[in-house]
Design a protein around this ligand. Structure first.
Ligand code: TEU
Ligand code: CA
Length: 595
């Protein structure tokens, strides 16, 4: 397999004929992400668990989702809430047992849904036996299972600046930790308790493939793969460029799309899935991936991945110095990004569509208006995303319109990324605590990690105990119980969106065309399949929008649309209204037959 392979149409997967091929069974599916720690607690210890999830599967079945992605539930010291695994074949006791897991798989399958596990194999926990052995001595057979290096030439081990490369970690500080005992450094792109595995070592790869087959044998239907585009590093480990306002070098060019990444992902596909009976799904989380790279990774003919998570649209409100320096979203940039990915993967490959996950603050607060137009902006955002071509992901609580949290001081936070940044910003960068806290409150991952708000009972019905992180105080008004079966609720709106994707092939297979790219608040695009066309109109603001009055060159046959039937609208239908006039944060999808 080499990447000069011409981009051919994958096995008829994604051209716009309407006979989907079974190997892409997931193309009209919707995925629901569960963050087990915060979903539902069954034993009152304040931490969500597997029996809690089993008890709440009705919520997902009613919502209509097809696939469940479980964030990590493996044995872990929880330095990064489970993304630091110490035993890949054990369920962490805080979440339950393998028996609980088998029951969950059975219950999910009984309801016609499928289950994806989170595969975290760019790194392990430093408490994983592999690393404990590897660190035990320089000549341990597993030494090469990780990236060990001596201090850079002229450097004294442990002294600042002596690290083998100048790379900065995703969680602040250097990517290298000095191990006094063996006198060498080990690489960790994330926390020091998350040492990176050395995928150059074939035994490492085989051990990972064997573990994946073990979970598939246990009934798992696929994997969401954590930072999987980082597993191939440039073995020369060159230094990175140091940006003006940064202390460390940017190592991403040396590990973000490494020389053997396609070889490893193809090998994984062949060693784990090839010849295995059943329907499986793989989605790779890939910070920094480009459209061209994604097309290669998800081209069915290349047998690597089914889809990837790209980060372009969730970085558009990052200021010049990164995520902790927020700036307002420019809707034109958002539309351009959507169009780039929709058009880029139109013929070959497939998109993952998401606003939220356990690493992003709540989109309704970030991109919408969670005060005056909470429900309208939440359902507008959902409409803009769910009518695109690709597989939508709903993150737990998004279907209820859960918002960001009015965090107070640093003691309210739990996320290692936020806590490490706070420490670095204060100690090393001399930041003023309140202004550092201001940016952390806005963008911290903890905004997505507060307990699910099931009801207006104490602790929002999440736990009978005290939760590991405080429940959002708005739970009395924002909760599942008050939305189940209530017409006009955000939950019922998501149900309708998901049902439409299941029944209307133009949504999963139609071509995409963006309209009004330069308009500052209007998001408008069409989806077309044979003689069926949808017009998606959304108002990304709290003003009124007269779509019709805008230069009509860009909305062909505006008159036809003015009276076309409505497929869905986040405002109650009222007669005689002009289809092309949008109220604040309104989203309306019109449908018509093309002659
Ligand atoms: O996230 C990778 C990743 O890119 C995020 O850390 C991202 O950079 C950041 O959160 C956005 O601000 C994956 C997991 O989703 C995340 O929860 C883990 O912390 C991380 O990998 C390490 O396993
Ligand atoms: Ca529990």
């Amino acid at each position: 397999m080499n990447d000069s392979m011409p981009d051919v149409l994958g096995a008829g997967e994604t051209d716009s004929d309407d006979t989907p091929d079974d190997s892409a069974w997931w193309q009209s599916s919707v995925v629901y992400q569960i963050y087990p720690r915060s979903f539902a607690d069954s034993n009152g210890d304040g931490i969500g668990d597997l029996r809690g999830i089993i008890a709440r599967l009705d919520h997902l079945e009613i919502l209509g989702v097809d696939i469940i992605w479980l964030s990590p539930i493996y044995a872990s010291p929880h330095d990064d809430n489970g993304y630091d695994i110490s035993d890949y074949r054990a369920i962490d006791p805080v979440f339950g047992t393998l028996e609980d897991f088998d029951l969950l798989v059975a219950e999910v399958h009984r309801r016609g849904m499928t289950l994806l596990m989170d595969l975290v194999v760019n790194h392990t926990s430093d408490e994983h036996p592999w690393f404990v052995e590897s660190a035990s001595s320089r000549d341990n057979p597993k030494r090469d299972w990780y990236w060990w290096r001596p201090a850079r030439t002229g450097g004294i081990g442990g002294e600042p600046g002596a690290e083998p490369t100048n790379w900065g970690s995703f969680f602040s500080g250097s990517t290298w930790e000095f191990d006094e005992a063996s006198g060498e450094y080990y690489l960790h792109l994330f926390s020091r308790k998350q040492p990176d595995l050395n995928w150059e070592n074939a035994d490492v790869r085989e051990a990972v493939y064997e573990m994946m087959r073990w979970w598939l044998d246990r009934g798992v239907d696929g994997f969401r793969m954590d930072v999987i585009n980082l597993i191939s590093k440039d073995p020369a480990l060159p230094d990175g460029v140091i940006a003006p306002d940064k202390h460390y070098g940017d190592g991403f060019p040396h590990y973000g799309y490494g020389p053997r990444i396609h070889e490893f992902l193809h090998e994984m596909h062949e060693r784990v899935f090839a010849g295995r009976v059943g329907r499986f799904l793989t989605v790779g989380e890939m910070p920094g991936v480009t459209v061209e790279q994604a097309r290669r990774f998800t081209d069915p003919a290349r047998r690597e991945l089914d889809m990837v998570f790209q980060f372009e649209h969730v970085g558009l409100d990052y200021g010049p110095s990164g995520k902790w320096d927020p700036r307002p979203l420019d809707v034109r940039e958002l539309k351009a990004s959507f169009a780039r990915w929709q058009e880029g993967l139109a013929k070959v490959g497939w998109n993952s569509l998401y606003w939220n996950n356990h690493d992003q603050p709540r989109a309704v607060s970030r991109f919408g208006d969670d005060r005056l137009y909470w429900a309208k902006s939440a359902t507008m955002l959902a409409t803009v995303l769910h009518f695109q071509r690709g597989t939508p992901y709903v993150y737990q609580g998004e279907e209820l319109g859960m918002t960001n949290v009015p965090f107070g001081g640093i003691s309210d936070f739990r996320d290692i990324e936020s806590l490490n940044y706070f420490a670095e910003a204060i100690e090393e960068l001399g930041g003023e605590p309140e202004s550092v806290l201001h940016s952390i409150r806005h963008i911290s991952r903890d905004n997505a990690r507060t307990p699910i708000q099931w009801s207006d009972e104490p602790q929002a019905g999440f736990t009978a105990g005290s939760p590991w992180i405080a429940v959002n105080p708005n739970y009395p008004t924002i909760n599942a119980q008050s939305q189940h079966g209530r017409a006009g609720s955000i939950f019922e709106f998501y149900r309708t969106l998901i049902a439409l994707r299941h029944t209307d092939p133009v949504i999963s297979r139609g071509t995409f065309e963006l309209l009004y790219p330069e308009h500052r608040t209007l998001v408008a695009y069409t989806r077309t399949l044979k003689n069926r066309q949808l017009l998606v109109l959304a108002n990304f603001g709290n003003g009124h929008l007269e779509v019709g009055e805008l230069s009509d060159i860009e909305l062909p046959e505006a008159d036809a649309w003015r009276t076309a039937p409505t497929l869905i609208d986040n405002y109650p239908a009222n007669e005689g209204i002009d289809n092309l006039v949008l109220a604040p944060w309104q989203a309306r999808v019109l449908t018509r037959c093309l002659r």
